[in-house]
Design a protein around this ligand. Sequence first.
Ligand SMILES: [Zn+2]
Length: 254
Amino acid sequence: MRKVFLSTVLIFSVFYSVAQTEKTKIGHFVIRYDKDVEAYALSSTHILNFVWEKLDELGFKPPKKIKFNLVKSDRNVLFKDRDKPIITLEYTTLDPSKISQNLVYGLCHEMGHLCMFNITPNKNNWMSIAYREGWANIFGESMTTLLYEKYGLDVWHNPYDYLARLGVYIAMRTQAIESGENIHDMFISDIFWKMLVDEKGLDKIPFFFRQIKSNKVRNPNADKKFRAELVKLNVSSDFLNYFDQNKQIMIRHE
Ligand SMILES: [Zn+2]
């Protein structure tokens, strides 16, 4: 019995890896995907390459080669590898009418993480989760908007208005901030990054990240060192006040 069972497992795994998984390079991405989701893999890679080109234009100097894995799974989740330029999308289905995740925005969001950690790796643990996610949220929103402006609903295989769905999230955030109730840390950090990008422009952010790195913003006193970099950027007093009131949400003390 045991022998029969093992050989069945072996046959299944050989069939699985040989018959279904494709690997190809498009632009700056090496992608792995199952053949039956090829159209989605191509949409995703098109989005990732679009964002890569924007990052390059803005001066982020993104890695020349990034891996992107589409993996059939029992959950729907997108993540970037902790240290390496690898983005993974685990999915149960990629049909936007069947899952709640905003996949176009999600891909842009992960590229936001990638470009931040490509310049300022968080070895000293001073960045809070809200700090990191707030940046990826605002960057992701901005890239999703640019994608829909350029390609409309054709951004995603089987057209879907992910931009409208993003609008609901932004409205919720604005409402939460205005009502002053149940304000989530991430919303506070979203506003921080939104204000910074609105004041200085996305193209100033790579310079800002490089200053953070070269001037060694880290603990102890990461909040003071980070604030000094904001002052050097010549931000408005309103923005500095906002940072002073909320810095403990974004900068961790160790
Ligand atoms: Zn994230």
